[in-house]
Design a binder for this molecule. Structure first.
Ligand code: SF4
Length: 343
């Protein structure tokens, strides 16, 4: 499978008329200048020189950060037009944008098609109207369903973004959101556990003692990793590509973080948990004796994921099943494939 690349251009909060409870992009925007046409061209020219020809056709110019279709049309057109000369044969494959579900309609999609937009990501965040309302999203579940259907009818690649642990959300809500997203059949998903940032409504609610994550229980990062791993498995079983899990450190100011579930290697932790789940399933159906060495093979590049950070998976099996797990490489195995080698 060919690797996909993005030339990421951040358009912070431009034109967004909303103030979602978790978003502090207005604060960030005050400190950043919005990029204009000349800057977009410069970024693309540099990327044309740096990206090898064989990778160009798998590369999109990606406008991320704000709600692209909600920005002032003259500015949106300036951005789209400045990217045009870099799209086509032996150049980049198209443009990727992210936006809100309530800023999608047939006219906008026709315009985006004309300007070679190929992928549209919607910030869905939750498929529960109550949670969307509690987090001041300003759109409904129905808006997400309608916009997704329209995007698919216009033959764009559809991506949906979901957040885990929003204000008033329960694990039941998260599972239902995953199931409803699967029903929509997007091409890609991004999963973001909530990070509570200063200067947001969520921060106010949290500081007032009214933000209780997940069912009013204390959930550790480990619990959130475990559930996210289950959701990832569900998406993969339904052939939905997971393009991102967890916020990147560059997406917020570290000193603004006051609560939530952030880890610099969040995705790696979840992938490691998926290996644990697969191995556990095999062990549960196996006859073995105490302290036996049980050997599994995984893909060469995934050995550290199978072992887990600080050998957490090996220790988990030792404590729970009283076995010594050994992991060997096998380049013929795919991602998350596990093969039992003895017993
Ligand atoms: S729509 Fe997007 S940019 Fe606007 S406030 Fe919400 S999260 Fe922030």
């Amino acid at each position: 499978m060919k690797m996909h690349h993005n030339i990421s251009i951040f358009i912070p909060h431009a034109g967004c008329q909303h103030q979602c409870a978790f978003c502090n992009q207005k604060t960030i925007t005050e400190q950043n200048n919005l990029p204009h046409g000349a800057e977009i061209k410069k970024i693309c020219q540099q990327a044309m020189l740096q990206i090898p020809d064989k990778s160009k056709t798998n590369t999109e110019i990606a406008f991320f950060g704000g709600s692209f279709t909600a920005i002032k049309q003259s500015y949106m057109l300036e951005l789209l037009e400045s990217a045009q000369e870099f799209i086509g044969e032996n150049k980049f494959s198209g443009i990727r944008i992210s936006t809100r579900p309530d800023y999608i309609n047939p006219e906008i999609l026709a315009l985006l098609k004309y300007y070679h937009v190929t992928s549209i990501e919607l910030g869905a965040q939750s498929m529960s109207d109550n949670i969307l309302l509690a987090n001041q999203r300003g759109h409904t579940e129905q808006d997400i369903i309608y916009a997704s259907k329209l995007i698919q009818e216009y033959h764009f690649e559809l991506g949906l973004q979901m957040m885990i642990g929003l204000y008033q959300s329960t694990w039941q809500d998260e599972s239902e959101t995953v199931d409803k997203i699967i029903k929509i059949k997007p091409d890609t998903v991004r999963i973001y556990p909530v990070v509570v940032l200063k200067h947001t409504k969520l921060a106010e609610i949290y500081q007032a003692g009214n933000y209780h994550f997940f069912d009013n229980k204390q959930n550790s990062l480990d619990d959130v990793v475990a559930m996210t791993a289950v959701y990832m498995q569900k998406f993969m079983q339904n052939h939905i590509k997971i393009i991102k899990v967890g916020l990147h450190a560059s997406e917020f100011v570290e000193s603004d973080k006051i609560a939530g579930y952030y880890h610099p290697a969040f995705r790696e932790l979840c992938e490691s948990r998926i290996y644990r789940n697969h191995i556990e399933k095999i062990l549960e159906n196996l006859n073995y004796f105490k302290n036996q060495e049980v050997i599994f093979a995984v893909n060469n590049k995934c050995i550290s994921k199978a072992i887990g950070q600080k050998k957490c998976n090996i220790n988990y099996f030792k404590n729970k099943f009283f076995v010594n797990i050994k992991i060997k490489p096998d380049e013929n195995l795919g991602l998350f494939e596990v093969r039992l080698l003895n017993c």
